[in-house]
Design a protein around this ligand. Structure first.
Ligand SMILES: [Zn+2]
Length: 145
């Protein structure tokens, strides 16, 4: 693996970041699944905290999850050097995978990715399903950067 040059913010965070992974919560878009719901479910799975670093609810608010300086729990085999972002939704009312992002979620995600790209210019940005060996549809849309 090639090592990217540390930027100042990476240095401040004491963690090298070479990947930014976008996820969905895989919950129905007509049901509420808050940051605290997600954190509770992740704690129940034995995680130390919510596995994502950012969580974007349907109203477009971005919530801080796990601190950036801590390794996340969102992409098996890729947590050490990555940041995990999740949006609330990803399943349509019938429970099937779908891009259910609201306009507010789309614009917030775009702004957050732009901000992170500025801080971590060497990091690749992709969707969970774009990682090798992942058989999920998460995040149910093409993350193209
Ligand atoms: Zn995912």
């Amino acid at each position: 693996m090639s090592m990217a040059i540390l930027t100042s913010s990476q240095y401040q965070n004491h963690r090298l970041i070479n990947l930014i992974v976008v996820h969905c919560s895989a919950t129905r878009c007509d049901r509420s699944y808050t940051l605290e719901d997600c954190r509770r479910d992740h704690l129940a799975r034995g995680f130390a905290n919510i596995g994502y670093h950012f969580y974007i609810t349907r109203d477009g608010m971005v919530h801080a999850g796990r601190p950036l300086y801590q390794e996340g729990a969102h992409a098996q085999g890729y947590n050490k050097y990555s940041i995990g972002i999740c949006y609330e939704g990803g399943l349509n009312p019938a429970g099937q995978p779908a891009d259910t992002r609201t306009e507010a979620q789309r614009s917030t995600l775009a702004a957050l990715l732009h901000h992170l790209h500025t801080d971590y210019p060497n990091a690749r940005i992709l969707g969970h399903r774009d990682l090798p060996g992942v058989a999920k549809s998460c995040p149910c849309f093409d993350v193209v950067i």
